[in-house]
Write a protein that binds this ligand. Structure first.
Ligand code: DQA
Length: 147
């Protein structure tokens, strides 16, 4: 049994009501619940954390190993395109992670095309809406079981 951290960045707490044409109708709570269920069915534990604060996200990443986390699934929200500090935090703790986006950021505004995370992630899932979170859990489980 391994522990996975599902980390969501700014504004993702608004899922369900936030631009549903872009991000879908599912709430973050329902997405987190489903992700935790899938992990449990596979014999693992998933804990979820969302914050609108870069500092809190960094703190959670720093504490991940001490919390027994072996793998991260991370939707950094708009910090994807801005945060060298979060990138450095992930490099600093050396925990493997998947980068995840509900929308296909490459098909949107030019400022969303660059990510500070893709080149250091195990993989990237984007554009599949809430289903991407289910795929990410499956991918995380596979990573944990093949390591
Ligand atoms: C997002 C894409 C980002 O560009 C945006 O700022 C978000 C959500 C996504 O899941 O599609 O907040 O990460």
């Amino acid at each position: 049994m391994a522990r996975v951290l599902l980390l969501n960045g700014p504004n993702l707490n608004l899922l369900g009501s936030r631009e549903p044409g872009v991000y879908g109708a599912d709430t973050l709570e329902s997405i987190e619940k489903r992700a935790a269920e899938l992990a449990r069915e596979a014999g693992h534990e998933l804990v979820a954390f969302q914050s609108n604060s870069e500092a809190e996200l960094i703190g959670r990443i720093h504490g991940a190993a001490a919390d027994g986390i072996r793998f991260l699934i991370f939707n950094p929200g708009a910090f994807t395109h801005t945060s060298i500090a979060l990138r450095d935090a992930l490099l600093g703790v050396r925990l493997p992670f998947l980068e995840l986006h509900l929308s296909n950021t490459k098909a949107r505004e030019a400022f969303r095309h660059h990510s500070y995370f893709s080149d250091i992630a195990v993989g990237v899932i984007a554009g599949l809406g809430a289903f991407g979170y289910e795929l990410a859990v499956r991918a995380a489980v596979r990573q944990l079981e093949t390591k």
